[in-house]
Design a protein around this ligand. Structure first.
Ligand code: PGA
Length: 244
């Protein structure tokens, strides 16, 4: 086992709602300090509540995203932004359609691009040009994936094209008519891209994540468990609920 030198801050929330509020508070504070903040966004059921809190704060006039930018972690390959299961669609539904972030400042990897390798390289370049990500929001897969970085992924990779594991495809089947409709590949920020973010907020919610929570909490660093790369990051806050 690799030696453990984790600086992660662990915060237990009493409920999903409280986890969402705590996570949103970190985003709000960042935006209050720096209007031009660059946010790394995540999809999945875990961050939905946090996005609701941000929309609420925007609607109440507490904050504006007019000068902020965002970069999403990942997108399926082979489905278009109009597809309801796409991460483009998810982000519009849950956040972007409801706030004042400018369209040109919203970035989700183009999974339907004809030159996906170039799309991947350009994505990291665009993040760098924007000045880097101030806060990266993450969920965690049951297998420890962050973004779509599945077990075995080298920690040194930038944005790249990946094959999804069976467990990830099964977990995400709820968004599709059948398992056969779940894409087999995706484009994702690499672990290095995520590690380059200045701050990381990782949300963990619910009993299905018990094992992932325990493994992350153990401090072991291994490519078999991609989220464990975060033990080498200087500023990670984990907000968890429904696990023990
Ligand atoms: P979930 O997905 O939030 O829907 O559980 C998390 C992930 O797979 O990264």
């Amino acid at each position: 086992m690799a030696s453990v030198n984790t600086n992660m801050k662990w915060i237990e929330a009493a409920s999903y709602e409280e986890m969402s509020k705590m996570g949103a508070a970190i985003f709000k504070e960042q935006l209050k300090q720096v209007k031009t903040s660059v946010f790394g966004m995540a999809t999945g059921s875990t961050p939905e509540g946090l996005y609701k809190e941000l929309v609420k704060a925007y609607e109440a006039g507490e904050l504006s995203f007019a000068e902020a930018k965002s970069f999403n972690l990942d997108e399926y390959i082979g489905i278009t932004p109009e597809n309801k299961a796409s991460y483009h669609y998810f982000m519009d539904e849950n956040l972007f359609a409801h706030i004042d972030m400018k369209r040109e400042n919203i970035h989700v990897p183009a999974g339907s691009s004809e030159d996906i390798e170039k799309t991947a390289t350009d994505y990291d370049a665009a993040i760098a040009t924007a000045g880097g990500i101030d806060i990266q929001l993450l969920g965690i897969g049951v297998n420890g994936h962050i973004g779509f970085n599945e077990p075995g992924t080298a920690f040194e990779l930038g944005t790249n094209v990946v094959e999804l594991t069976q467990s990830t495809r099964e977990a995400n089947q709820i968004y599709f008519d059948s398992i056969d409709d779940v894409p087999t590949h995706a484009i994702t920020m690499g672990i290095q891209t995520i590690m380059n973010a200045k701050k990381v907020v990782l949300l963990i919610s619910g009993a299905s994540k018990q094992e992932a929570y325990e493994r992350l909490h153990s401090g072991e660093i291994t490519t078999d468990f991609p989220a464990s790369a975060l033990h080498n990051h200087k500023d990670v806050t984990v907000i968890y609920t429904g696990v023990k």
